[in-house]
Design a protein around this ligand. Structure first.
Ligand code: FAD
Length: 391
């Protein structure tokens, strides 16, 4: 098979690159190793920066988002049985929006299918060939057969465990990694989220987070051991633990309901600074992982996808490699400050093995700074609303 751009991965990064290319008259094939249903059901991120929302609107993906997205205009921090509700209003009208990642993925997939454009599910990419030439090839397995796509550019949007990154020569020498000694148990529950019980909580029992996916569905997290079994706690134990950790000294308690999804994700910070070689570039989780404490992974993936699609457009339409040559540097100008913020949140809210009461007091100081001082609130607001795009 031949196409202009071979895109590996039907996550938000790959699907958005495909959409932007389509609107610029560039052909692409998306290869995804999972089934269609698996991709549609995968529950992950849910907090969108206004830049992400604007990007999705610009490329015709805003209709359901505008109907169902829930504006989030403040952020609650809770620690030591007290709470700060920090306004996210920076005078520009920007705010965050709650809209599940799987809805974005569904919107992009159904639009692509409606437009009659190819996404090949259950197509696992094994290796890439000739990325330094003008017609790189993608080798993949589909329906038990080995197949090849010949293209003019490869977009590696295949997440942290994908194959693209390792095809960038010497990429290991450009990797920066930190592994945190804990994980998040994430649950999706049919329980109306409570305005008085949301946001991030520091507790000596470990972090807890309460957020909304809709008016009737809550997304909540507990800090757990890195290798925790997601099914180890009963529903009641999870709700009891959440209420204990989210205690802000008031009588408010979470609304409880059936837990419909659970997963455990390890926390790490990871950046591969070499994001392009020849006619291969990587975007999103293929290039970087941020701890979910900042709500930034999806937003960063969208930022990379915008730059990647424009760089490919300039290459294929005008034979201009200028943006491609600076692709890594431009992406990294948004990636590193965002990773820094997500890691700062991570370090302020979690209990670390061997943590002393002194360490906990230091965390309280940080949280008091973000929650109760003008300069700290400005920092939090700016970081949560997200960095501007250069392109
Ligand atoms: P992905 O969404 O990972 O998509 C990559 C795709 O490539 C996948 O569909 C995968 O199946 C496919 N693929 C991989 N290898 C191959 C191959 N060899 N061949 C073909 N296809 C392949 N971020 C937040 O901002 N807030 C959150 O609350 C949050 N929660 C999260 C919870 C969990 C459990 C996880 C895992 C992540 C979470 N994230 C969160 C991060 C966020 O979901 C990611 O940053 C986002 O999905 C990145 O999008 P992506 O398109 O780069 O990668």
């Amino acid at each position: 098979m031949k196409t202009q751009v071979g895109i590996i991965g039907a996550g938000p990064a790959g699907l958005l690159v495909a959409r932007i290319l389509q609107l610029n008259g560039i052909e692409a094939v998306v290869l995804e190793r999972r089934t269609r249903q698996y991709v549609l059901d995968r529950v992950r991120a849910g907090v969108l920066e206004s830049g992400t929302v604007e990007t999705l609107r610009t490329y015709g993906m805003g209709a359901r988002l505008d109907r169902e997205g829930i504006p989030m205009r403040s952020m609650q921090l809770c620690w030591d049985r007290q709470k700060a509700d920090v306004s996210l209003d920076d005078g520009t009208g920007r705010h965050l929006t709650t809209y599940g990642q799987q809805k974005i993925v569904e919107d992009l997939i159904t639009q692509r299918e409606r437009d009659g454009l190819p996404i090949i599910f259950e197509a696992a990419v094994d290796r890439l060939e000739d990325i330094e030439g003008e017609t790189p090839r993608i080798h993949y397995t589909h329906e038990g057969e080995q197949k090849v796509i010949e293209c003019q550019f490869i977009a590696g949007c295949d997440g942290y465990h994908g194959v693209s990154r390792r095809h960038i020569p010497g990429s290991d020498e450009h990797v920066f990694l930190t592994e945190y000694p804990f994980a998040w148990l994430g649950i999706l529950a049919q329980a109306a989220p409570l305005a008085a019980r949301r946001g991030f909580a520091h507790s000596t029992r470990g972090l807890a987070v309460a957020s909304a996916r809709s008016a009737t569905v809550g997304r909540l997290y507990l800090q757990v051991e890195p290798d925790a079994d997601p099914n180890a706690m009963s529903d009641q134990e999870i709700w009891d633990e959440l209420d204990l950790r989210l205690d802000d000294g008031t009588d408010a308690r979470l609304n409880r309901g059936p837990i419909i999804e659970r997963s455990v994700a390890r926390l790490r910070g990871y950046v591969c600074e070499k994001m392009r070689h020849g006619r291969l570039a990587i975007a999103g989780d293929a290039a970087h992982i941020v701890p979910p404490s900042g709500g930034k992974g999806l937003n960063l993936a969208v930022g990379d996808a915008r730059i990647m699609a424009e760089a490919i457009r300039r290459l294929l339409k005008s034979n201009d490699t200028g943006l491609l040559d600076t692709y890594s540097e431009m992406c990294l100008r948004r990636i590193w400050p965002t990773v820094h913020w997500a890691c700062s949140m991570c370090e302020a809210f979690h209990i670390f093995p061997g943590q002393t009461s002194f360490d906990t007091r230091m965390q309280y100081q940080m949280l008091n700074h973000w929650g109760n001082t003008e300069i700290g609130q400005q920092r939090l607001r700016k970081a949560q609303l997200g960095l501007p795009y250069e392109i």
